[in-house]
Write a protein that binds this ligand. Structure first.
Ligand code: DC
Length: 234
């Protein structure tokens, strides 16, 4: 359970796909010596599990036995969080485009979101956390003291995702990447369970024209500014 007191040890970073959350969250975690919770990787891990069980990504509900056969564990790692699916390290399998698409669809289902809730919250009990995703500040850690919401315009996000795929040696077509992104944005924002919305107490950062280090500088500035105004008020 989340501590109802404001948690200074949890920093949430939410926002749409390819707004620069992952890199900024990783750099911020490194600077602060916090653990990175990449919640997207958990949804990707569920997608891998369900695809392995031949459940189609357009399923409207997930059979109970598929959820109960799912055991995910996370371990802090130097660059990315390590994700174990029923004991197997699946971290390297999670970034593939077919998994992205399935994760986007499965993550709309309440039973999938529910299956990950306790795991995510328990990481916040164990470690100081930079938690990155879509609903970290709204649903998973509503009491986090510092919340950020990264935005960037669609073309910039599509360009980033396209370059990321090319760098990984995957075949990609810019227009297709862009239209898939529109579709996923729409799905993330309109699903009934935990839609992508900015928490009312989050600070929005337009990351479109900023480097990851500049995004982290802005976040650090906001945290340090807030901390010193709290100290001054004491
Ligand atoms: O951030 P990502 O691309 O790795 O996330 C993969 C999918 O998981 C994405 O389509 C939306 C979903 N997701 C979610 O619904 N809630 C989160 N907190 C994180 C990711």
């Amino acid at each position: 359970m989340t501590d109802p007191a404001k948690r200074t040890s949890i920093i949430t970073i939410d926002g749409p796909a390819a707004a620069g959350k992952s890199t900024a969250a990783r750099l911020l975690a490194q600077r602060l010596g916090f653990v990175l919770l990449d919640s997207g990787a958990l949804y990707r891990c569920v997608a891998l599990h369900l695809l392995r069980r031949k459940i189609p990504p357009n399923a409207v509900r997930i059979p109970e036995e598929a959820i109960s056969a799912l055991e995910i564990a996370v371990e802090p790692a130097a660059v990315t969080m390590k994700v174990l699916l029923n004991g197997e390290d699946v971290t390297a399998l999670l970034r593939h485009e077919s998994i992205s698409e399935a994760a986007s669809r499965f993550s709309a289902l309440p039973e999938v979101r529910q299956a990950l809730l306790d795991l995510q919250r328990s990481t916040g009990e164990q470690w100081n956390l930079v938690a990155e995703g879509r609903d970290m500040g709204t649903v998973v850690f509503p009491h986090a003291r510092f919340k950020f919401f990264l935005i960037a315009d669609l073309d910039e996000r599509a360009r980033r995702r396209y370059l990321e795929l090319i760098e990984r040696g995957e075949r990609a077509d810019f227009d297709q990447v862009r239209s898939q992104m529109i579709e996923r944005d729409q799905r993330d924002a309109t699903r009934k369970a935990s839609p992508l919305v900015m928490a009312s107490d989050a600070l929005a950062i337009d990351a479109g024209a900023l480097s990851p280090d500049e995004v982290v500088d802005r976040i650090m500035c906001a945290i340090e500014g807030e901390a010193s105004s709290l100290n001054a008020a004491r």
